[in-house]
Design a protein around this ligand. Structure first.
Ligand code: PLP
Length: 382
């Protein structure tokens, strides 16, 4: 066995070699500031334009609708605060869900403290939001709906097409955090009828610290970072050119391999799920069987602490997580599992495995063996 087995692709992914290769010249050779008017600046501008096209192409948007950010978190913040501020004089109600990533959840909680009305929609046992609930939550003063495309903990894919239809019919701005969806399932701003869509390169085998917000032409949102007026004034600050080049290359590569890779990964994931469910007593799969990201296998084990399990697996060189990277170690049960109506006690027994393209069958068998042994050991010792 390899010394380390990485199965935490929802937390981050390794950068593809060809992506690193594409980025390198932008550190030392083409280092001009894209805002500079001489040729050295134009080199960087052209590289950014290409990345904008590559991203727009994959999500079915237009290059001028892509605004680069420092990652998914900033894109979410820009979308929510930016849209909320832009419509504030007329509308002061936001609809979101109880299972959003903290980047959305904490931002919406902050808006609530500032006097906005925020509805956090419930989800069913599989972690899915009901479009009918979205429709019922709409008020005259609703200015924004934000529903993630796919959940980072349990991998549940949301019915975005139906929700987009509803938002569109009511003329309400629609944002989706598509950070987990990109590179995994088809993402289309047209099909989903979204006005705003967040993405992050390090979740699709690109570099950390680079993300983007898609902003539909004609949609006005307020910038959250002011300064030199980069990105059409929407996001000031000198652009991370190597990161942006990497994001463009990574999304292109991810999309060209997506269909084939997702089939292979799904096959391995289903095998892993079958083995764990069959071999470990008092274990259940969380989330949906059908509407699920291809690499996600999330479990609850009765009577054990998920963090202890993650720790023991870590000693074997296996990288997995309990809940999300952001909440593991925080000592709080996952807000996603609580929203899915699991008790806090049950939620403590959670384990999230997210497979990627480099995981072999041999690794999967080894991980299934180790899970079985550690869960048994933990139960015996408690
Ligand atoms: C990782 C993640 C984010 C945050 O993206 P960063 O680029 O790490 O800031 C936001 N939303 C979801 C669903 C994520 O999985």
């Amino acid at each position: 066995m390899k010394e380390m087995i990485y199965m935490d692709h929802a937390a981050t992914t390794p950068v593809r070699r060809e992506v690193v290769r594409a980025m390198l010249p932008y550190f030392h050779q083409y280092y001009g500031n894209p805002s500079s008017i001489y040729e050295k600046g134009a080199e960087s501008r052209r590289a950014m334009d290409k990345a904008r096209e590559q991203i727009a192409d994959v999500i079915h948007g237009k290059p001028e609708e892509i605004c680069f950010t420092s990652g998914g978190t900033e894109a979410d913040q820009l979308a929510i605060c930016g849209a909320a501020e832009a419509v504030f004089s007329k509308k002061n109600h936001i609809i979101t869900t109880a299972i959003e990533h903290h980047a959305v959840l904490h931002t919406c909680e902050k808006m609530k403290e500032k006097g906005w009305n925020v509805t956090f929609l419930p989800v069913n046992r599989e972690g899915q939001v009901s479009p009918a609930d979205v429709r019922r939550a709409i008020r005259k003063e609703t200015g924004l709906i934000s529903v993630m495309a796919a959940n980072n903990e349990v991998g549940t894919i949301q019915p975005l097409e139906e929700i987009g239809e509803i938002a569109n019919r009511h003329g309400i701005l629609f944002h989706t955090d598509a950070v987990q969806a990109l590179g995994q399932i088809p993402v289309s701003v047209e099909k989903w009828k979204v006005d705003l869509l967040s993405g992050s390169a390090h979740k699709f085998y690109g570099p950390k610290g680079t993300g983007f917000l898609y902003v539909r032409s004609g949609v006005k949102i307020e910038p959250q970072i002011l300064g030199g007026g980069q990105e059409e004034g929407l996001r000031s600050g000198t652009e991370n050119v190597p990161g942006i080049v990497g994001a463009g290359q990574a999304i292109k590569a991810a999309e060209s391999h997506r269909e084939q890779d997702s089939l292979v990964i799904k096959g391995k994931r289903d095998y892993l799920i079958r083995r764990v469910i069959r071999e470990v007593p008092r274990c259940r799969l969380t989330g949906s069987l059908r509407n699920r990201l291809p690499g996600n296998a999330s479990f609850l084990f009765g009577g054990i602490d998920g963090n202890s399990l993650v720790y023991l697996l870590g000693e074997d060189g296996i990288c997995v997580s309990s809940g999300s990277a952001c909440s593991s170690g925080s000592g709080k049960p996952s807000h996603v599992l609580l929203a899915m109506n699991y008790s806090a006690e049950a939620a403590y027994g959670s384990l999230r495995i997210t497979l990627g393209i480099e995981n072999s069958q041999e690794e999967i068998d080894w991980v299934a063996d180790r899970i079985r042994e550690h869960v048994n050991r933990l139960r015996r010792s408690s």
